[in-house]
Design a protein around this ligand. Structure first.
Ligand code: 9MR
Length: 397
């Protein structure tokens, strides 16, 4: 998958620093004013700071620091891969719940909320399913029934234990796809038509009345032209509006936030504006997969500080823009990073020509980077009137 990005028109960034300490303690556990972890500082705003969790790292006896930081710094977790369909049902009818159960149990021990990721996506679908459709042994009616069964089975198993479900992920094309006019893309739209989206939300709701149900996508951090034919944020906004008008139980839109320092990206006001526009539809929002990668030039790889420092600063500035935008919108419920350390990040494995990396808030040796300190400062120096406690919607029926 290519996560390309275009230059965003710059607005003047305005700091949202407000009265310090004016927001009451809102943690699940008693508020400790000496606790300077991201999770404690964010809960002053009823915001949950989350991370994607790599279960191999979490269970590696040789990597205790990974476990410590997951526990200490984050109040929400997302399984990076373990709740995806190919992991849960590698062969037809045989669910392997082990890793996903272990993940949910660890979250409970750590007093963390869980973002369930993901019910319907065109990637990481089991091979038995795509092969069956390709060779004609699974027809349209059966495919729809298989999808209903999968959603019902997974959501029922974790009923009451998932805070936000990513029900549908990355259903919308990008301007560089063919045709370039934005459209519903991928396996499910091709075989079931776009109606699968409304179906998926209804089936998920039937299986868990209490979870917040999200649509999740990338490249929707800010609005562009306003034309849904080429502005993906507008397309997703209009999709959510239409789903709501049809009575579909969608509660939120997740903006992934996969950015790169080589692109123009966004400022906090643009980001807040986009989140406000989703909130005006009555939806919650969340940043769900934030990371900000950089080109690993020869100079970066050789350790040249003149090449490394500007990238670390630019990465920090982008984390900061997304977090400030989120803080400014009370219906932005959580801010999740897609891995917190360069030691375990999907980026170098995916972007290798040219190589990219340095995408997270801790380096490979678990030293907090500029980005960590900047988002911590954002959480500390925020309060009324620009930053108010989060308001969580009731799950829609
Ligand atoms: O980080 C995930 C990586 O380990 C997997 O190999 C990859 C496979 O598709 O998926 C990555 O996570 C993706 C997430 O589930 C959805 N949004 C994009 C993420 C990065 O590709």
């Amino acid at each position: 998958m290519m996560l390309r990005r275009w230059m965003a028109a710059g607005l003047v960034a305005v700091a949202t620093a407000g009265a310090l300490g004016a927001v009451p303690a809102t943690a699940n556990r008693p508020h400790d004013p000496t606790d300077r972890s991201l999770r404690a500082l964010a809960l002053r705003h009823k915001l949950h700071i989350g991370t994607a969790v790599d279960m191999a790292a979490l269970t590696d006896p040789a990597d205790p620091r990974y476990r410590e930081l997951v526990r200490e710094e984050f109040s929400s977790v997302t399984a990076e891969n373990e709740m995806k369909w190919e992991s849960l049902e590698p062969t037809r009818g045989n669910y392997d719940w082990g890793p996903a159960d272990a993940f949910v149990a660890a979250a409970r021990r750590n007093d963390q909320r869980v973002r369930g990721h993901v019910l319907v996506w065109q990637n990481q679908v089991p091979k038995w399913l795509t092969d069956g459709v390709a060779d004609g042994s699974i027809g349209t009616a059966e495919l729809r029934e298989i999808l209903r069964h999968h959603i019902t089975t997974v959501v029922s198993r974790y009923r009451g234990r998932i805070w936000q479900w990513d029900v549908v992920n990355e259903a919308v094309s990008d301007p560089w796809d063919t045709p370039s006019t934005l459209h519903y893309k991928g396996f499910w739209a091709e075989h079931l038509g776009p109606g699968y989206i409304a179906d998926a939300f209804r089936w998920a709701r039937a299986a868990d009345p209490g979870a917040l149900l999200f649509y999740n996508d990338y490249n929707i951090e800010a609005f562009g032209s306003g034309n849904p034919a080429d502005d993906k944020t507008q397309f997703v906004h209009d999709m959510a509006r239409d789903l709501l008008a049809q009575g579909v139980p969608i509660d939120g839109v997740g903006s992934q936030g996969h950015l790169g320092t080589q692109y123009g990206n966004y400022d906090p006001i643009q980001v807040a504006d986009a989140l406000h526009r989703f909130a005006r539809l009555g939806l919650a929002t969340a940043f769900t997969e934030v990371d900000v990668r950089s080109r690993l030039t020869d100079g970066v790889q050789a350790g040249d500080p003149e090449e490394i420092n500007p990238r670390l600063q630019a990465s920090a500035a982008n984390f900061h823009a997304l977090l400030q935008g989120c803080l400014a919108e009370p219906r932005c419920l959580s801010f999740t990073v897609w891995g917190f350390t360069d030691r375990h990040s999907w980026v170098p494995g995916w972007f290798d020509d040219p190589p990219e990396g340095l995408a997270t808030i801790y380096d490979e040796d678990y030293r907090p980077k500029r980005a960590y300190h900047l988002i911590k400062a954002d959480l500390v120096y925020a309060g009324p009137p620009y930053v108010l406690p989060r308001v969580a919607p009731k799950p829609r029926r």
